[in-house]
Design a protein around this ligand. Structure first.
Ligand SMILES: [Zn+2]
Length: 142
């Protein structure tokens, strides 16, 4: 997958993350809906969102009503979820992997572990657990 992000959007992600310290920052990335979501992503907009997590220094939570306007916007499509790690590396945490955001094609993490050198990484999360079934025993009564 080839992903294009402008310097301006990168700067917006960094400044939103800096402003949110000591909390994790979060947001979404959109692409123009006229582009097909094939193997090329052209990030059009970064939308900073409020972090509603109970402990925002350790996790992030996005209010569904905050992203609803973008879900129903026919001109653009949500193609990325963004959050920052104020003190950790830009690697998905166990908590990150347990979230439901794997339905969004890209997952962006900006690390401010070294504030003078923010580190942005982008991932695609794949849920590998498939629905399994097990045969059970039963008895038909008389
Ligand atoms: Zn995280």
């Amino acid at each position: 997958m080839s992903i294009h992000l402008s310097r301006q959007l990168y700067d917006e992600m960094v400044s939103h993350s800096m402003r949110s310290l000591p909390n994790e920052a979060c947001g979404i990335l959109t692409q123009e809906a006229s582009l097909t979501p094939s193997d090329e992503l052209q990030i059009h907009t970064f939308i900073p969102l409020h972090n509603y997590a109970a402990d925002p220094t350790q996790q992030f939570a996005i209010l569904p009503s905050d992203i609803l306007p973008y879900l129903i916007d026919k001109r653009r499509r949500i193609v990325g979820i963004f959050h920052s790690h104020p003190t950790a590396a830009s690697i998905p945490s166990a908590e990150d992997l347990s979230t439901l955001w794997h339905t969004i094609p890209t997952y962006w993490i900006l690390s401010l572990q070294h504030k003078e050198r923010p580190n942005l990484q982008v991932y695609s999360l794949k849920k590998t657990t498939t629905t399994a079934y097990h045969k059970l025993s039963f008895v038909i009564g008389q």
